[in-house]
Design a protein around this ligand. Structure first.
Ligand SMILES: [Zn+2]
Length: 286
């Protein structure tokens, strides 16, 4: 038995990250165009309007991306299940008679909405920070210019302007703190979200498809991982906690070790454990 290779979603992730990178560049350009020596409320409103349009476009692209990417990953998980169970001979054949059962349709809907919400939170965070920086710059520019030359010399004004530029630039780079308390730069965070959500959809669709076929075990894929995942490569897990045998239940595995953010491991469902290749039989003490 030969398991299919692990999927790579680099291309899909790159596509989403590119949307964010482009939006950040566009926002920085808008911020850079601000004339800090004569920055009035009207200018600030115009800048924020442009920034709002850039972020609205970004949200549209991210929302569409999430729908496509999650569907693709779930499809791949189902196809992998059909192949490892011998229902289909190869990926092409698996695609041709692949169906989303009810639970996988629900999964795609929920996972898409979840991914969209996470991506939207990134945009909202950037929006909030940019707005705050622009407001701050408006107030500072006003102070700096009134009355000219009395409370601010040219060099002081220059220093303040440089500082404002820096603050504006940093506003798009501000960190995002995830549920586990880790701080991420927006682009790195988007990359992680995209990768992790796709792999999760792959895994969940795999489990749903396997269970709907009354398959209760799966093998964790292997690529020679260096992190804690290495301890789980090739290991049998139960997809149903009531399945016979002394194997860990998938959802009891420690998330900080395996199926963590950015994890590349997938599941290969298996109906009969005695059909595993010799090395995996030995590894799992079967
Ligand atoms: Zn892993």
């Amino acid at each position: 038995m030969l398991f299919p290779p692990e999927p790579s979603y680099d291309y899909d992730v790159r596509k989403l990250v590119k949307y964010y990178e482009t939006a950040v560049e566009d926002i920085l350009r808008e911020l850079h165009r601000i004339d800090l020596t004569n920055f009035q409320r009207a200018n600030a409103i115009a800048t924020l309007k442009s920034v709002g349009e850039i972020l609205a476009d970004l949200n549209g692209n991210a929302t569409e991306w999430a729908g496509e990417a999650i569907t693709k990953a779930a499809t791949d998980g189902i196809a992998r299940t059909l192949i490892t169970l011998g229902v289909a001979e190869n990926a092409q054949q698996a695609q041709s008679f692949l169906l989303f059962n009810r639970i996988n349709r629900e999964l795609v809907k929920a996972a898409t909405a979840d991914t969209q919400a996470d991506l939207l939170a990134v945009t909202q965070n950037v929006d909030r920070k940019v707005r705050a920086a622009v407001r701050f710059a408006t107030a500072a520019a006003l102070r700096n210019n009134l009355p000219k030359g009395v409370n601010a010399t040219a060099s002081i004004r220059q220093a303040i302007t440089a500082d404002l530029r820096k603050k504006l630039g940093e506003s798009v780079e501000v960190g995002i703190i995830d549920a586990a308390g880790n701080k991420w730069k927006p682009i790195t965070y988007v990359d992680m979200i995209a990768r992790t959500k796709m792999m999760e959809a792959h895994k969940e669709a795999t489990v749903n498809e396997a269970l709907s076929r009354e398959v209760m075990y799966a093998v964790i894929s292997a690529h020679g991982a260096k992190d804690m995942c290495r301890l789980y490569e090739g290991k049998v897990v139960k997809l149903d906690p009531s399945a016979p045998g002394d194997y860990p239940y998938l959802y009891n595995l420690p998330r900080r070790d395996i199926f963590h953010p950015n994890c590349k491991h997938v599941l290969s469902p298996i109906r009969r454990l005695d059909s595993l290749p010799d090395d995996l039989l030995e590894l799992n003490g079967i």
